[in-house]
Design a protein around this ligand. Structure first.
Ligand code: ADP
Ligand code: MG
Length: 691
């Protein structure tokens, strides 16, 4: 019997009746197998004595004698206090809602106690404790590692543990291994039946560790089977040949109309895309290219290809501001070629929206650009052939999946300026192809970055004034929209007033932030793009995508408050034209606003590097692997025990084993071999991973 086949109802577990069964349903547990896979979120080590004296170091786990009872509060609030002591000292148990303990805990008798204590009202108190009489028989709740489960109001810790023990007793023994025996041996894993027992009630920390490794490995093994399947099928597929013409005729026409030619990186990415789109499998390609490297244009060329093939293309951007900018560019560049682009957001007025949706469903729109509204339930495509996801790290796997599902296996093109560390990219997105644009459009001068102390802000403002006088434009970015209570930070609203009244009264200026309506944002951006507004005071809403080549100054105040990738993106808003651009990172390092070491490091990295890949690696080093953009939390792809970042070593083992197994015998992909066939049949949740 395999664990996943244990679909028997919980009724079969001794002691579980209707009421308990419904309590379990609340937790999402509906079968015996589901219960056994309801892993603890933690384990309490009750195998070591921790005397009361050591309450600050760890959870107390000791044998106590009850010395007195007393009460405090009145009526319904009346609460029992039980005074206890062990050999190291005294403590007080505050028995909220547990008046019955008065009879259970007798003065003079001994009990095993486990609880978290705090120093309060001159006493060492605990209201969160478990206690049981010391008897002759061995304790079930002490001297061991106790599983801690996610609970609900209707399901108490003790009950859940009891049911789990019972279920393990009835069902764990005959569980068969799912992994091939040779891998269990090679990786030093536990047999499945022992791993399942030990994950709930480990005999030791060592056994717990082995059980975790076993179950994590098994889960990642399945994950990699999904990844490997497509990778291998693609490799085995005939072709992979270059298309006849590297550039199609519509693409050529667009290129001829541009005032510049593509960079080498753009050309190579385009060739990859054209080859993929002609190939036998749907494209799954990530374009990585630094901020400003011209990814949008490449995606437009892909959209042209889709249209030539008689299909529709959709481009999804993370903010409405950015989507609108893309839509305007698409209209300018693609309409003259006969393409019919459209802009779709969530809050387009219903009449216009209805017409747009109708045209989309009829195939009278070739290229639709928008936010996540693109995969709303009421949006239908006639023949969605290409999905482009801009700033892909801003989207979760499920959102990307949702838009892809609007078509029948459409080609997928993702764009990101945030590089994913190579190991993770390979392992998690094992079947995704990557094109890297390393070069920048010619004529760009690297942005000159200056760090400035807040006390020197006047010099920064003076410099910006010269730039404005020369006809350029500037961004000022702040960490807050409006003043916070203690006014410790500059905010965009107050600074907009100060900049326009005191500092640059001679120039037109606007404020933009996320609390404005989309219409207000649109008008502001439009005015800034047209040069009507010379200074834009903003929050990080301008972080992604905004493209105004005449802006040459980016002033980020309280730069110490921004993460590295945000700083890099913000700086990427300038240096987009042929004029020299400047970025000022103004930081506070005063009495009330000490600059942390991390903050200092970040600013230095920004000053010393302009390369997004270097910055991403520094980011990883400074922040640790837990927060890498682009790697979703494991929950999103349906992992229950494994964590892609924490378990990267096991992931690499599982990946190597799976690829070796399937490469040695590709027939396995077709066969009924249980560990492969089973997981492939069970398409979700791992189906998402292929993205
Ligand atoms: P990103 O890769 O950050 O999304 P964009 O697509 O916004 O970059 O492009 C930045 C700017 O560079 C745009 O104004 C675009 O028109 C321009 N651009 C793109 N490709 C080239 C090129 N080959 N030569 C000159 N300018 C280009
Ligand atoms: Mg972009």
């Amino acid at each position: 019997m395999f664990l996943r086949e244990l679909s028997a109802s919980l009724d079969h577990i001794k002691g579980v009746g209707t009421e308990l069964r419904s309590a379990f349903t609340h937790l999402g547990v509906t079968s015996v197998g589901g219960l056994l896979c309801y892993y603890p979120r933690d384990w309490e080590d009750r195998s070591q004595i921790v005397p009361i004296r050591d309450f600050q170091r760890a959870t107390v786990c000791t044998v106590v004698q009850v010395i007195a009872h007393d009460w405090f509060g009145f009526g319904a609030m009346k609460t029992l206090k039980v005074h206890v002591e062990d050999t190291s000292g005294q403590g007080v148990l505050v028995c909220f809602k547990r008046p019955f303990l008065e009879n259970q805990l007798e003065v003079g008798k001994q009990y095993r106690l486990w609880g978290t204590f705090f120093y309060k009202y001159g006493e060492i108190q605990s209201s969160n404790f478990e206690i049981e009489a010391v008897r002759d028989d061995a304790s079930k709740n002490f001297g061991c590692l106790m599983p801690v489960y996610r609970l609900s109001a209707k399901l108490k810790a003790g009950t859940l543990r009891r049911c789990m023990k019972q279920a393990l007793g009835q069902y764990a023994k005959p569980l068969e291994d799912e992994l091939p025996a040779y891998l269990i041996e090679r990786r030093g894993l536990l047999p499945k039946s022992r791993a399942i027992r030990a994950i709930h009630f480990p005999a030791s920390l060592e056994e717990l560790e082995l059980a975790k490794q076993t179950l994590v490995y098994e889960e990642l093994f399945y994950l990699e089977i999904v990844v490997a399947k497509r990778a291998i099928e693609r490799r085995l597929a005939p072709g992979g040949q270059s298309p006849d013409a590297p550039v199609s005729s519509l693409q050529r026409r667009l290129l001829e109309r541009l005032p510049f030619s593509l960079t080498q990186g753009q050309l190579a990415a385009l060739a990859d895309i054209n080859r993929d789109m002609d190939g036998p499998y749907p494209m799954a390609r990530l374009i990585q290219g630094d901020v400003g490297s011209g990814k949008t244009l490449v995606s437009f060329l892909a959209a042209l290809r889709a249209a030539e093939m008689g299909g529709q293309a959709a481009l999804m951007a993370p903010t409405e501001l950015l989507a609108r900018q893309h839509a305007e560019n698409a209209a300018r560049l693609l309409e003259p070629l006969g393409l019919r682009p459209a802009f779709l957001t969530g809050n387009i007025k219903s009449s216009g929206r209805a017409r747009l949706l109708k045209n989309l469903a009829l195939g009278q729109i070739d290229f639709v650009i928008g936010t996540h509204a693109l995969f709303s339930r009421d949006v239908h495509y006639r023949n969605l052939r290409l999905v482009v996801i801009d700033e892909q790290h801003r989207f979760g796997v499920l959102q990307r999946q949702a838009i892809v599902e609007k078509g029948d296996q459409p080609d997928l093109l993702m764009m990101s300026a945030t590089p994913i560390p190579r190991t993770l990219a390979l392992t998690v997105f094992g079947d995704m192809d990557v094109s890297i644009i390393r070069d920048m459009p010619p004529g760009r001068k690297p942005v000159i970055t200056h760090l400035a102390l807040q006390s020197n802000e006047t010099r920064v403002y003076d410099f910006v004034r010269q730039q404005l006088a020369a006809g350029r434009q500037a961004y000022f970015v702040y960490p807050l929209i409006e003043a916070d209570e203690n006014k410790s930070l500059k905010d965009a609203e107050s600074m907009a007033t100060r900049l326009s009244e005191e500092i640059f009264p001679e120039y037109d200026m606007s404020l933009i932030h996320s609390k404005l309506s989309e219409e207000e944002k649109r008008i502001t951006m439009e005015n800034f793009r047209q040069g009507v507004i010379r200074v834009l005071v903003a929050t990080s809403v301008v972080e992604v995508g905004v493209d105004v080549p005449n802006a040459t100054c980016m002033v980020i105040e309280h730069a110490e408050r921004f993460g590295l990738s945000a700083l890099h993106q913000l700086r990427g808003r300038v240096g987009r034209g042929s004029e020299q651009s400047y970025c000022f990172l103004v930081y506070a390092d005063g009495e009330n606003n000490r600059l942390s070491n991390d903050g200092k490091e970040r600013l230095k990295v920004m000053k010393n590097s302009a390369d997004g890949f270097v910055i991403a690696e520094e980011d990883l080093r400074l922040r640790g692997p837990g927060q890498i953009a682009g790697i979703e939390q494991s929950g999103n792809i349906g992992l229950s025990i494994a964590d892609l970042v924490r378990d990267i070593n096991i992931l690499e083992h599982a990946r190597a084993d799976v690829f070796a197994m399937l490469e040695a015998d590709p027939e396995l992909l077709q066969s009924e071999h249980q560990c492969v066939a089973q997981v492939l049949k069970r398409a979700p949740p791992f189906a998402n991973v292929a993205l």
